[in-house]
Design a binder for this molecule. Structure first.
Ligand code: KG4
Ligand code: ZN
Length: 339
């Protein structure tokens, strides 16, 4: 097959978003659709895995049919189905993997398991023609906080990671403490806009220690204690939200700056759900100007979970002659370094 004819269907079902995308060599990203289950999980204050799996079952096949129709791509024109095989919720992953392999069998095309984190790492390349390998990526999502040297597709050096809570998880937990709806990250960021700058100052965990690892669970406990002691103060929630966001952003960028120094990397990328945070984006821009590096940030819809990044990762892997697999593969704890 000539490379220009490659057409990839991407499927993402690792958590509470059902997402489908079509990426072609000729046109790039043709379309991508995300259905968010947030409303179903909101009453429980977090994702309920069994409900997530059931909703993926309901939504995924009709979404695929609709996407193919909208993109005027027939199954016989497809080259590959790329699906998220992990990390993620096992039941949710199984829905995507099973459907991907079943359709691949029926349509007589290969299917390829894709690491969700790899999808996030490569997502900034969907928009940025100027972004080429190698680059340094700060991947901040609900499940992971990683500093990664991205050398090539499939060649990732892990430089640092969170030893406990991920940055997004810390946002979600502090938001819950403040009584904000799930998912807490965006809600907390909104509330922080009404906070009084400097009213509180929270610790910047592990910035005073060498190395590139993170830790956010102590900060979360610190915030909880502060909130419990000061609950009756006026505007307490917004002031806490401001100080918490400030501490997380400072910590992330402090370590990123250290990684830039250590690696000498000139191309800096952020990815994952927390990279949609506007304060983080603004401060990263400032940092980039200060230390004279180029910075690439995915558009907001490519920061959070989507299938465009999965289709794209499948496309790049196909170009790199990655072999496909007919097994229904799911790896709920799939480390990035082994993908
Ligand atoms: O990448 P993602 O959609 O899913 C995972 O792979 O985990 O990231 C979701 C995480 C959640 O923790 C959510 O609260 C956080 O990203 N998030 C944000 C913002 N938007 C999403 N955190 C802070 N500020 C935001 N604007
Ligand atoms: Zn994700």
């Amino acid at each position: 097959m000539h490379n220009l004819n490659i057409k990839v269907l991407g499927i993402e079902t690792s958590c509470d978003e059902t997402a489908v995308a079509i990426y072609t060599a000729e046109q790039g990203l043709v379309l991508h659709e995300v259905y968010s289950q947030i409303e179903q999980h909101q009453v429980y204050g977090g994702v309920v895995p069994e409900l997530a799996s059931r909703d993926h079952i309901r939504k995924l096949l009709p979404m695929i049919a609709q996407c193919l129709k909208k993109a005027t791509v027939t199954p016989s024109e497809l080259t590959l189905i790329a699906y998220t095989a992990g990390p993620g919720l096992i039941g949710a992953l199984l829905v995507g993997a099973t459907l991907a392999q079943s359709l691949a069998f029926a349509w007589n095309i290969p299917a390829m398991p894709i690491n969700h984190l790899e999808g996030h790492l490569l997502a900034p390349m969907l928009d940025e023609a100027n972004l080429t390998f190698p680059f340094l990526c700060l991947l901040v999502s609900g499940g992971h906080t990683l500093l990664v040297n991205v050398n090539q597709v499939g060649h990732y050096d892990l430089l640092g990671q969170s030893l406990d809570d991920a940055a997004g998880e810390a946002f979600d937990k502090v938001a819950k403490l403040l009584g904000l709806p799930y998912p807490g990250g965006p809600a907390l960021a909104k509330l922080a806009e009404h906070g009084q700058p400097g009213r509180f100052s929270f610790p910047r965990p592990m910035l005073d220690r060498p190395g590139l690892d993170f830790s956010f669970s102590g900060l979360k406990t610190h915030v909880r204690n502060c909130y419990q002691q000061m609950q009756t103060q006026p505007n307490i929630k917004a002031n806490i939200a401001w100080a918490f966001q400030d501490a997380v952003v400072d910590t992330l960028l402090g370590k990123l700056q250290r990684a830039i120094k250590q690696t000498g990397s000139r191309n800096i990328v952020i990815a994952g759900g927390v990279s949609a945070n506007l304060l983080l984006r603004a401060r990263l821009q400032q940092l980039a100007e200060q230390v004279k590096v180029s910075v690439f940030m995915p558009r907001l819809e490519f920061c959070t979970d989507n299938a465009a990044m999965i289709a794209y990762a499948g496309y790049l892997r196909l170009l790199n002659h990655q072999t496909t697999d007919t097994r229904i593969l799911v790896k709920p704890n799939w480390p990035l370094q082994t993908c």
